[in-house]
Design a protein around this ligand. Structure first.
Ligand SMILES: Cc1ncc(COP(=O)(O)O)c(C=O)c1O
Length: 430
């Protein structure tokens, strides 16, 4: 398999775009440069076609955005109508309130809704509302990612140039560590405006974890914000809050909301959302009422409401997870690999070995899967575009690649077998 065009574009891109792309999670350093696709020309269903016309089954689905499959014809048709009708106007379009009402029908916490173009802005809006309402400033995070805005980035190692004061306002707790969250709330509730969290981060919540957080926040006057960028319109039409039957005060959505069209939503209780009408609270976006994305979202929700797509996403995810568990068990790989998470969003956790790091092992798996037409990124976001045959084929590929990985680890030859540059990227939190 050749990656010559990907490499040529990569060399050109890094000259004019820092890192070669504007999206952190599309960073070429997350891939085995030289032996992996780096640029995609087109996509359909669950398949992407790279710059060298190689074909791959995808499991990132554009960072979890594409639940109905790439280039879904009904969603695309709706978006095209929006473009032909003029796209965006001096005044808002009716679709903005149609969509807000539609979200209110399917999302439990959504009494009112505001739209933005990306998840970071929606998270910023949620934090702003919580601070504005409570008059308090501190925010608890629970291990997740909530966008590039200063309030959040100040709490990460990528905070150079941000006022130090900001990092003092964010308290990072760990997912599933209820003791530290409880201690923080008990000791500092008088200063804490909100707790923002992704309802699931790779691992499933331990029994009672989410329920206890809901209880503690309610009892201590802390706004509970669910960041449902990935879980929304995926785990269930009403997101993780419907799946786990826990209602937050505010929630943010994007990604699966519009099958990849640029749109995010901040939804929640009226008493909080209404602050956007106050003179002392402001969020706005020139592009927020762009019609192609609003129409794409309306169509996406219409399709999801029929139920079949979400059932399918779960079924394909179950099949994949069970298959991977079986391979790990048969090949006695549990010291190296573990599959975790709910079926629509599973993660393959790789552990450092004596003679090979996580990134070296991941690079080997990625490069060998790529040769067989599967793009391995370490997680699986199944979609309506994945078929049983795709999952069966992926499991065959994994079975073969994992057994060769095991042999290479035993022989201590894994590092010699990496044909491109080993994956070197790391997460936002370091
Ligand atoms: C959970 C979560 N929150 C917020 C964001 C930020 O969204 P965006 O990149 O659209 O600004 C992301 C993006 O990956 C995300 O996964």
């Amino acid at each position: 398999m050749k990656f010559e065009n990907s490499m040529k574009i990569y060399q050109e891109a890094i000259e004019v775009i820092p890192m070669g792309t504007s999206t952190f999670s599309r960073n070429p350093n997350l891939f085995v440069i030289g032996n992996s696709p780096l640029f995609v020309k087109s996509a359909k269903g669950c398949r992407i076609y790279d710059a060298d016309d190689n074909e791959f089954i995808d499991y990132s689905m554009s960072l979890s955005m594409v639940t109905l499959g790439y280039a879904n014809s009904e969603v695309n048709q709706a978006a095209k109508e929006g473009i032909d009708e003029g796209l965006i106007y001096t005044l808002s379009c009716p679709e903005e309130s149609f969509l807000a009402r539609q979200i209110r029908r399917v999302v439990t916490c959504a009494e009112m809704v505001r739209f933005f173009k990306n998840g970071s802005d929606s998270c910023e809006g949620a934090v702003k509302l919580a601070r504005n309402y409570s008059g308090k400033l501190k925010i608890i995070t629970v291990g997740g990612y909530h966008g590039f805005h200063d309030w959040f980035m100040a709490s990460t190692p990528r905070n150079k140039g941000l006022p130090e004061k900001l990092s003092e306002l964010v308290i990072n707790c760990r997912y599933n560590d209820i003791e530290s969250i409880e201690k923080t709330i008990v000791e500092q509730s008088h200063e804490i405006a909100a707790l923002i969290m992704e309802p699931i981060i790779n691992y499933e919540p331990e029994a009672g974890f989410l329920e206890r957080i809901r209880e503690l926040t309610a009892q201590n006057g802390i706004i509970l914000i669910y960041d449902e960028m990935k879980t929304g319109f995926r785990l269930d039409i009403g997101g993780a809050q419907q799946y786990f039957k826990i209602t937050p005060d505010l929630a943010v959505f994007g990604k699966g909301l519009s099958n990849g069209f640029p749109l995010s939503a901040l939804a929640g209780k009226r008493y909080l959302m209404e602050q956007f009408e106050n003179e002392n609270c402001f969020m706005s976006g020139s592009y927020a009422t762009e019609k192609a994305s609003l129409k794409a979202a309306l169509k996406t929700i219409e399709i999801l409401q029929k139920g079949e797509a979400i059932r399918h996403i779960w079924e394909m995810g179950e099949m994949l997870r069970e298959g991977i568990e079986e391979i790990i068990s048969k090949q006695a790989l549990s010291e190296v690999l573990r599959i975790v998470g709910l079926a629509p969003m599973t993660h393959l956790i790789i552990s450092d070995q004596e003679d090979a790091t996580v990134n070296e092992i991941k690079s080997f798996i990625q490069q060998e899967c790529a040769k067989k037409g599967v793009l391995f990124v370490g997680y699986h976001h199944t979609s309506l575009g994945h078929t049983r045959e795709d999952i069966e084929y992926t499991l065959e590929v994994y079975n073969d690649v994992f057994s060769r990985m095991r042999k290479a680890l035993t022989d201590k030859t894994l590092k010699d077998k990496t044909e491109g540059r080993v994956i070197s990227a790391f997460g936002v939190r370091g």
